[in-house]
Design a protein around this ligand. Structure first.
Ligand code: GLN
Length: 539
């Protein structure tokens, strides 16, 4: 059987949650025994989101193979529990770069290089690349942006061509729209949906399924009206009502038989019903917590919900396995100082110092580490957060008052965090960090070894700076345990305090949050929450 393709477009407004709908549909199809992957096509000209400020598109997600990608890939992995790769995220920039590189190499044999067919051919090649691997029954492609944007036109044109080229039943389009509820009139409105479908039709695409984001449930009559005006079958309009948790969306869509309708349109026969028992168990735990704890998330991008998406979600997963409602309080590191730290961190049962770049908010983060260390509050530092833990220890325990990272203070006398050797000669920014999954060997008897229950682990990285080996001996003598190292290079990846000194204090150079999924909650997060629950109970 051919690989089948589902394209997901979005209309009316952005931020409708196309990624969640894509991931939920994929989850349903996966739970029916099909092999599914999801890819995202983003219409911006950056080659990848690695050079983007988190304020632009939220967190940059990193895959095992070191691609810097859109945060929706995080949703795909969290729902499917299957790793994504470089091929799962493509931008306009990457498409144009390939075509222009090809042109410079003379591959177009003197032809005028144009959007159609050269750009659209390259888009189609990438859209079908994962499908050709033979590893998947279904490839779901989410088209970023909103229908009607000038930027996404070539992507839609490529979808139109594929819809036309592929045999009937091999390809379908799901369009996600918004049905707003006007509170003043107490009415749901279908007009924006009608307009956005019209716009899609102008691009030559006829949607097969319409999913409507809505605050309130859509009456049958309204679904019929949308079907009639938008030229889809009456059984092909679905509602996607605001849910308590994004993880409930697969179940809500299944209740409306979205997966059945999709499988019928793609001409699948005799596919078993989904097995969602484990998923339901997870939701049940999530919705019925037996205890609670308060975690401070100390970072500088806290105004933006999406900047720490994977960390927030890792807390949801870790909370559920512990039957604990995790209240995450965002604390802005830039405004933390010695006079307000106590007030800002009062009542917290755990402190997580977040990843980040540059010097802004650094001193606040160091104060937060010190507060956690001295008050024996469970502490978890990620990437820059781990580097802050090292700086704090150097300054306040080793008494190296000037200790810093050369990222923040290039001339510091004590560069306890320094640029990695291979980074020193690099001049370009895009895709040049230490990226992707690396092995890490854990020290016997350490907190890290206890948490993972293994000797060798693998976690994803995204950084340029590292623990400076010159200080390793002095740090260890002063009581900091270097409990994880890269087996090939010896780079320090984990620092911690012995549990007889502090109940839970760990900093990691990698990004464990990226690997946390519903079915496989990340062990450090799980144990951090355990420690926070204990702290909460002991108060
Ligand atoms: N800015 C630090 C580095 O490049 C930390 C990066 C991060 O937190 N992701 O090493």
């Amino acid at each position: 059987m051919n690989t089948k393709y589902i394209f997901i477009t979005g209309g009316v407004v952005s931020s409708l949650g196309k990624g969640i709908v894509a991931a939920s549909l994929a989850k349903l199809l996966q739970s029916r025994g099909l092999r599914v992957t999801i890819q995202k096509f983003d219409p911006y000209i950056n080659v990848d989101p690695g050079t983007l400020n988190p304020y632009e598109h939220g967190e940059c997600y990193v895959t095992d193979d070191g691609a810097e990608t859109d945060l929706d890939l995080g949703h795909y992995e969290r729902f499917l529990n299957v790793p994504t790769s470089q091929a799962n995220n493509v931008t306009t920039g990457r498409i144009y770069k390939t075509v222009i590189d090809n042109e410079r190499e003379g591959l177009y044999l003197g032809k005028t290089v144009q959007i159609i067919p050269h750009i659209t051919d390259e888009i189609k090649r990438r859209m079908t690349l994962l499908g050709k691997s033979g590893k998947y029954d279904i490839v779901i492609t989410e088209i970023g942006g909103t229908v009607g944007d000038m930027e996404s036109t070539p992507f839609l044109e490529a979808v139109r061509q594929l819809q036309w080229e592929m045999p009937d039943g091999d390809c379908m389009v799901l369009h996600l729209t918004l049905v707003p509820f006007l509170h003043a009139a107490q009415e749901l409105k279908t007009k924006p949906t009608q307009h956005s479908v019209k716009m899609l039709q102008q691009e030559g695409i006829k949607p097969d399924i319409i999913v409507c984001r809505t605050e309130v449930s859509l009456p049958e009559s309204m679904k019929k009206k949308i079907a009639l005006f938008c030229n889809v079958k009456a059984d092909s309009v679905f509602e996607n009502q605001d849910a308590r948790s994004i993880y409930e969306v697969p179940l809500l869509l299944h209740q409306q038989h979205l997966d059945d309708v999709v499988l019928k349109k793609l001409k699948f026969r005799n596919v078993p019903q989904p097995d969602l028992k484990e998923w339901e168990k997870f939701l049940n735990k999530l919705y019925n917590p037996k205890t609670e704890c308060n975690i401070a998330l100390v970072g500088k991008y806290v105004e933006l919900q999406d900047a720490y998406k994977s960390i927030q979600e890792a807390f949801v997963h870790a909370g559920a396995v512990n039957s604990c409602k995790v209240h995450v309080r965002s604390v802005h590191s830039e405004f933390l100082d010695a006079t307000n730290i106590k007030e800002n961190l009062s009542g917290v049962d755990g402190i997580l110092v977040a990843p980040g770049f540059g010097g802004r908010g650094i001193e606040g983060k160091i104060l937060a580490v010190k507060y956690a260390r001295e008050n024996k509050i469970p502490f978890f530092g990620i990437c820059l957060g781990m580097q802050m833990a090292v700086m704090e220890y150097a300054r306040n325990v080793l008494k190296l008052k000037d200790a810093s990272s050369t990222e923040v203070r290039p001339q510091t006398k004590d560069p306890v965090i320094d640029l990695m050797e291979e980074q020193k000669t690099l001049t370009t920014k895009g895709g040049t960090m230490r990226l992707g999954a690396y092995d890490c060997k854990l020290k016997d008897g350490s907190l890290a070894a206890k948490i993972y229950g293994e000797k060798m682990i693998s976690e994803r990285h995204r950084h340029r700076y590292e623990f400076n080996e010159r200080y390793a001996e002095a740090m260890e003598k002063a009581g900091l345990v270097l409990s994880g190292r890269n087996p090939d290079t010896g780079l320090v990846e984990i620092v911690e305090l012995p549990q007889k000194v502090h109940p839970f204090f760990i900093g990691v150079q990698f990004h464990p949050e990226l690997g946390s999924t519903v079915m496989k909650p990340q062990p450090i997060f799980v144990n951090f929450i355990k420690a926070a629950i204990k702290y909460h109970a002991g108060k």
